[in-house]
Design a binder for this molecule. Structure first.
Ligand code: URA
Length: 249
């Protein structure tokens, strides 16, 4: 069993964006931090950072934010960006203010273009992030694509062959799956994530992507009741749907 990490309360809360260590000490002195209903007296008390800490600790009477090791899914709306390098509002602005002051910081697990909506995962856990984005993990991502022109009919064969070369690249794409929905819409299932990949794949065949929406990563589907701009924390069971099982299991 892995050991539960412990942290000084002032360090933990400061890292979670509740203020400087001095400010956290003031909260403690004012009796505003409780654990299991009992006021904490010393801001240097060591706290076991367990998953259930949000249910057990209260700050100013409110449940503690999710402790470090959080993962969430966001329904990314159109028009917001995943990258500080792009102009426009960032996905991080859709999270509570305090979450943006956390250390370790929350970052996106992969990216979606500004003009793409749908399922975006975020975490402050570097190990989890790398497990999901590693090419070896081979995790599928499903995109609903709306096209400018009707499908030609040979797209599924070309995409599944694993031979398509995109402009300015020297390695062919991995095989991808296409499920036709109508003459101008389809699901495209990828296991890699090259720059603007979906748009470039259809451009390579003379078409143009009008709308793009990701609705699934691995076995995790964007819930119908998660509106654009809303997020939801992920539990172990959700993450098990995303991550492939270790070999042999
Ligand atoms: N492919 C794209 O072209 N854009 C995305 O956002 C994701 C995949």
């Amino acid at each position: 069993m892995s050991k539960v990490p412990t942290l000084r309360l002032d360090r933990l809360l400061a890292n979670m964006g509740y203020g400087s260590r001095r400010e956290v000490q003031s909260l403690v002195d004012a009796g505003l931090v409780t654990l299991d209903g009992i006021e904490i007296e010393d801001s240097d008390q060591r706290i076991a950072v367990t998953r259930d800490l949000s249910e057990r600790m209260r700050i100013r009477g409110k449940p503690l934010d999710p402790p470090p090791g959080l993962a969430l899914m966001l329904h990314k709306p159109l028009g917001v960006t995943c990258s500080h390098k792009e102009a426009g509002p960032l996905v991080y602005g859709l999270l509570p203010d305090r979450w943006r002051r956390r250390d370790p910081a929350i970052s996106t697990i992969g990216r979606l273009d500004k003009d793409t909506s749908g399922l975006l995962l975020m975490t402050d856990d570097g190990t989890l992030l790398h497990r999901i984005i590693s090419p070896r993990a081979n995790i599928s991502k499903r995109y609903r694509v709306t096209l400018d022109r009707p499908l030609r009919g040979d797209e599924a064969e070309i995409f599944s062959a694993g031979t398509l070369m995109l402009e300015n690249e020297d390695k062919p794409l991995l095989p991808a799956g296409l499920e036709v929905i109508s003459s101008t819409s389809a699901y495209l299932i990828l296991t890699e994530g090259r720059y603007h990949q979906v748009r470039r794949m259809f451009a390579a065949l003379g078409n143009h992507v009008m709308a793009l929406h990701r609705d699934r990563i691995g076995g995790l589907t964007l819930p119908d009741d998660l509106e654009p701009g809303q997020y939801r924390l992920l539990g172990e069971a959700d993450l098990a749907q995303v991550l492939p099982r270790p070999a042999g299991n």
